[in-house]
Design a protein around this ligand. Sequence first.
Ligand SMILES: [Zn+2]
Length: 250
Amino acid sequence: MKVQIKKLIDLQNCDSRIADVKDKKEQGPIKIQELEEGLIAFENKLKDELGRLEAYKQEGRKIDREIEDIDSQIEKSNNKLSNIKSNKEYSAALKELDELKRIKSLSEDKGLNIMEELEVMNAGCVESKANMEKLKNDVEKNRDKIMEEIKVLEKEFKRLEKERVSLGKSIEENLLKKYDFIRERKGGIVVSPVIKGVCQTCHLDIPPQQFNEVIRGDKLMNCPNCIRIIYWGEDESFKDDAAAGENVKE
Ligand SMILES: [Zn+2]
């Protein structure tokens, strides 16, 4: 029985490696999708930024037109002023001119603010565009790397599947069926060591009588609590297998 148990442990290690490779293989496309989503998010942010810059440029042009408009009004006002005869009209026109000049000065201040702001925004956009290019390159590089990894994992997966088939062939049919049955229900660990009377997977005690039988190791035993196939973990002949299977996930 010990030889068969050792083979089951090998099978379990192989299954766990298969599960691990499968998991990593499935993570690849998810990672690529995350990278692409990050790129799209950045692209949208840049688009917004450029949109805001364009809108602000238009705002600047609007102010320029406003100032031109006021200039022509001021010119008209000046012409009017030189043709006025009465004092009353003159002071009214002068007041109008002052008001126009006041509005012009406000618009010029606004225009200046916009220009300063535009400079900052422009610099920001230039930086964002450079970052975008960098991100694009990074995403491409990472995508290629992940695709390469997937290819390697696929090869490994095929190799392990073959290994599993040949391991399965070396195990008694009934035992293999039992193993597969438990694996389907429990996943991960099917063959569990028992140390000092405690199943190392479910951590519950094995009754002393049964533990003695486990130590003898001449028949197939199941943990009465978790139904996993059990073997005596302190048995020297299992030491290597236990070390190899340490990464088996429950
Ligand atoms: Zn157990």
